[in-house]
Design a protein. Structure first.
Length: 291
């Protein structure tokens, strides 16, 4: 019963950023996951130590059928890494434009989970991620999410960053500058209207872009363009690098998909990706904490 009570207390807090976490004076009550969890347990409840949180995570991992409990991420860096274009991903006149990158420069053994589009709206996925305390970042396309903004608002309330993946998920390099700007800036406006905050991150559909894409993104407030170095499915991982492996700071892509598109559900996908990430000794950290 004590462990059950701990699970309830520890899992009551959202996987939000440290910006909303209350200050904690007791060093023993500080969690090792300040980048993804507040220091308190259930809202208004007692502080939860890193050790207690990991015990609760182990219980949640068993409940959700994970091979092992997710590892705890280190505290978010006080000094953010300098983000630049990945070599080979530059545009001809890219000075001053939002950089395109697949990996965050860090020595921390962390990776970042990002989820695109918004087609599947599985309530079990939200519950699973909240209980396991796995942080992630969403890149949404309005044509897929406008029928249920409430689902993504609930996600946002749990600490998930809501970011730009265009209005209609079109292949941007085929469009004029003005049409690209409508797709990107229109989604900036929509996110600000529906979610209350204009995002700083943008991911072009299919990972395809040109100089006009980045100029348009910059014009409406985008600061960085994270794409990915690995992609997660329900039954496998795909890799960008020749060594077919994870590296510190790698960004992992997956999608809001279900059985109509995959051989499984979003919780199945999380079981697959976390099996790989944890077995390789990595923790999942919050991307926004490193940018």
């Amino acid at each position: 019963m004590a462990l059950a009570a701990l699970l309830v207390a520890a899992l009551g807090s959202a996987c939000g950023s440290t910006e909303s976490a209350p200050a904690v004076k007791d060093k023993k009550a500080k969690t090792a996951e300040s980048g993804q969890n507040g220091a308190s347990g259930a809202r208004g409840g007692p502080a939860v130590t890193a050790e207690q949180l990991q015990r609760a995570r182990a219980l949640a991992a068993k409940k959700w059928g994970l091979a092992a409990a997710p590892l705890a991420a280190p505290p978010a860096p006080k000094t953010k890494p300098e983000i630049t274009f990945r070599k080979g991903f530059e545009v001809e006149d890219g000075e001053g434009l939002p950089p395109v990158f697949t990996t965050v420069p860090t020595e921390d053994k962390v990776v970042f989970l990002t989820i695109d589009d918004g087609a599947e709206k599985d309530p079990e996925f939200l519950k699973m991620m909240q209980e396991l305390k796995i942080p992630y970042t969403a890149f949404l396309s309005d044509y897929l999410v406008r029928d249920n903004y409430a689902y993504f608002k609930q996600m946002q309330s749990l600490g998930v960053g809501i970011n730009n993946h265009t209005l209609n998920h079109r292949y941007l390099p085929a469009l004029s500058y003005e049409k690209q700007r409508q797709e990107i800036c229109g989604m900036q406006d929509t996110i600000e209207k529906e979610f209350g905050k204009r995002p700083k991150l943008f991911r072009p559909p299919y990972g395809n872009y040109n100089e006009d894409t980045l100029r348009a993104a910059k014009s409406c407030g985008v600061k960085a363009v994270p794409i990915w170095n690995a992609e997660a499915f329900t039954d496998k991982m795909d890799w960008r690098e020749y060594d077919q492996d994870l590296h510190p700071g790698d960004i992992i892509l997956t999608h809001f998909r279900g059985r109509e598109d995959w051989k499984g559900t979003m919780p199945d996908m999380i079981r697959q990706v976390m099996k790989t990430v944890t077995a390789k000794g990595y923790a999942v950290a919050r991307l926004e904490d490193y940018l």
